[in-house]
Design a binder for this molecule. Structure first.
Ligand code: AMP
Length: 501
């Protein structure tokens, strides 16, 4: 009997003597070896009582074994639930209480702290060390057969990063994952000869699904690095053909003079996503390496939705066109907006998740009965058919009754003399309800004159869109995926206008 995702992605590894993973110590894990690891872990999970539909939570460092647990869950129809190692015990308590996993792998150093949490929620606790050593008794994988699963069966629950309110568990099916991997492997021209430089975490959709599943769908291999370390990444570039990264990977690589056209000569593709890539970074990278970074757009709930073209113009500041099979509309309430109008980006397709785990009301708010998902991102389709994102709906500023899209102001600020990057937020204001506020970072060595920067916007945009206050900081606060944490900024500067009025 068939297992939808396992048969397509993992079964082909059997008998593949060539490497699937290249590790930083110079060792390699062949396809066949990884396939054996999946069988061994699949059998061990079953023996530990994990059945089809049961959740298996993993809060551990990045290792081939952690990746093999994902594959083993797929093979037995269990639901993989990765957790960011940075989550505190209180946060883990929420996730474990919400998802009620049958089994929970944690780092050995956290066992003592997490044992009472696991016990309270009825989860069996096992450890998985950064070197891949697991406490789960292994019984060998000879004769292991996968559990039958259809495309509609759940493969994973990924919790959203939850910048406001509680994280929600996005339920992703075998077909959500497979359909997206196959489309991306095809559009981005992956072949078995590709070597992907993998420096992303594997608790998030970007590193776990976009990177890994696409490689697997193409029968390609990966250089599997534990984290993003500039010297390690630069050393691996000449052996790689593709890299997927968040925008901060690219800005940090550009900071190193060792990044040159020669070093990137073996590469065929650089992909960026999870947060907006500055046009300036796109241009600087092209200038330095000759490569136009390909920017794409997706999210935990939907996998990937749009991409810039492989052939054709990769336009900075846009996220390209919907993937084949993905429908995308710009909406204002129930109305579909015309080209160039800004509204809620709404998507439908085989990539879109089935709902939030045990949150039917939240699901109903964002996912319509006929499959349209309201992404929470505001954007438009421009005159060339490319999608442009202007920001999260919850970051929209309403000042004196007028809408201000932060991105429009940020683009102008970013272009101002001496400004490296900006984040524009709305803060409570006694007259306007909300007023526009800018948080700026400066180019190396630049002495930013805030007054001059703000004055430079005069005549470029309407007065109500111009920031009424600004500060210069050394770095913008970002999460693990490089996203600017605007909620933190709103908290930090919340009383700015009440103080100054
Ligand atoms: P996550 O669920 O953590 O993957 O976050 C998804 C969100 O990241 C999206 O809803 C967007 O707000 C943002 N995002 C992802 N890719 C891009 C991109 N290329 N440009 C701008 N924002 C992006």
């Amino acid at each position: 009997m068939a297992n939808w995702l396992y048969d397509a992605l993992f079964a082909p590894l059997a008998g593949r003597h060539a490497a699937f993973l290249y590790l930083p110590d110079g060792a390699a894990v062949s396809g066949a070896k990884f396939h054996d690891m999946i069988a061994e872990l699949g059998a061990a999970l079953r023996a530990a009582g994990v059945a089809k539909g049961d959740r298996v939570a993993v809060q551990a460092g990045k290792s081939p074994q952690a990746l093999a647990i994902y594959a083993a869950c797929v093979s037995i129809g269990a639901v993989y639930l990765p957790l960011n190692p940075a989550y505190t015990p209180a946060e883990v308590d929420y996730f474990v209480g919400n998802a009620v996993p049958r089994l929970f792998f944690c780092d050995p150093s956290a066992r003592g702290t997490l044992a009472p949490i696991a016990a309270r929620h009825g989860a069996r606790l096992e450890t998985l060390a950064a070197d891949g050593t697991a406490s789960l008794p292994l019984i060998g994988g000879v004769g292991f057969t996968p559990t039958p699963c259809t495309g509609a069966d759940l493969a994973a629950i990924l919790y959203t990063s939850g910048t406001t309110g509680r994280s929600k568990g996005a339920m992703l099916s075998h077909d959500n994952l497979l359909s997206n991997a196959q489309v991306l492997a095809d559009l981005w021209r992956f072949t078995a000869g590709d070597v992907l430089l993998h420096a992303l975490p594997i608790f998030h959709t970007h590193g776990l699904f976009v990177a890994t599943n696409t490689v697997l769908a193409a029968g390609a291999s990966m250089i599997f690095l534990p984290s993003f370390d500039v010297p390690q990444v630069l050393a691996a570039l000449p052996q790689s053909t593709v890299m997927m990264g968040v925008p901060t990977f690219y800005t940090r690589l550009l900071d190193s003079p060792a990044l040159t056209r020669d070093l990137a000569a073996h590469m065929r593709l650089f992909v960026s996503g999870s947060a907006p890539l500055l046009a300036e970074t796109h241009a600087a990278f092209k200038e330095r390496t000759g490569h136009a970074i390909l920017e794409r757009y997706g999210m935990t709930e939907t996998n990937m939705n749009t991409t810039n073209p492989y052939d054709g113009a990769r336009r900075a500041g846009t996220v390209g066109m919907p993937l084949p099979g993905v429908e995308l509309q710009i909406m204002d309430g129930a109305a579909v907006l015309p080209q160039s109008a800004i509204g809620m980006i709404t998507v439908r397709g085989p990539n879109v998740f089935g709902g939030y785990w045990q949150m039917p009301e939240k699901t109903a708010e964002e996912l319509s009965a006929d499959g349209w998902f309201s992404t929470g991102d505001l954007g438009m389709i421009d005159d060339l058919g490319y999608v442009q994102i202007v920001g999260r709906a919850k970051d929209l500023i309403i000042s004196g009754g007028f809408n201000v899209y932060p991105k429009e102001v940020e683009l102008l600020l970013d272009a101002a003399q001496g400004v490296l990057e900006s984040a524009v937020i709305g803060l409570p204001h006694p007259d306007f309800g909300e007023a526009v506020f800018a948080v700026l970072t400066a180019h190396k060595g630049a002495d930013l004159d805030v007054g001059a920067v703000l004055a430079s916007l005069g005549g470029q945009i309407a007065k109500f869109k111009q920031p009424k206050g600004a500060v210069v900081v050394s770095d913008l606060p970002r999460n693990a995926m490089g996203k600017v944490q605007k909620a933190e900024l709103r908290k930090a500067y919340g009383d700015w206008f009440s103080k100054s009025s």
